[in-house]
Design a protein around this ligand. Structure first.
Ligand code: RB5
Length: 153
């Protein structure tokens, strides 16, 4: 799968580990930065291009990291077409994709260790979007909120 990944300084080390693991697992990784550890950088500068790439189909799914994962998820969800969530547990990493069509997983570089993060990412990537009517109905209602805004960022 072609995967996009982005982080600020709060998840820089975790991103480096995940990029290596994803490539070893055979995925193509597009790294949206940060490209070096800079304590003054800002997560929107990396998460925004990642989100736009997911919506444009340039990458199939995204991984967004910051210190807590909160800023990354708030930022990503401002982009119409992104369905991002801050994930800490295995169940949500799977069900968030299946039921809610999560296309960006957000994690905190300061809140999850590398082994848990790798399990969450693998689970997120292995899960598939449900086509069950009730799930699509709910997603349609979510999409209508974006449409009401005119799809503007
Ligand atoms: C940066 O120090 C930190 O605020 C950021 O990485 C993130 O945790 C925000 O939600």
């Amino acid at each position: 799968m072609r995967i996009g990944i982005a982080t600020d300084h709060g998840g820089f080390g975790l991103k480096e580990e995940l990029v290596a693991q994803l490539r070893t697992a055979g995925h193509e990784v597009v790294d949206f930065g940060a490209n070096s550890l800079s304590p003054d950088d800002d997560y929107p500068d990396f998460v925004t291009p990642l989100g736009r790439a997911v919506v444009a189909g340039q990458v199939e799914r995204g991984v967004a990291i910051c210190g807590s994962g909160v800023g990354a998820s708030v930022c990503a969800n401002k982009i119409p077409g992104v369905r991002a969530a801050l994930i800490h547990d295995h169940f949500s990493a799977r069900q968030g994709v299946e039921d809610d069509h999560m296309n960006i997983i957000c994690m905190g570089g300061r809140t999850v260790g590398p082994a848990v993060a790798w399990d969450l990412v693998q689970t997120f990537l292995a899960a598939e979007y449900s086509q069950v009517e009730r799930h699509l109905r709910r997603l349609g209602k979510v999409a209508s909120l974006e449409a009401a805004r005119g799809g503007r960022i």
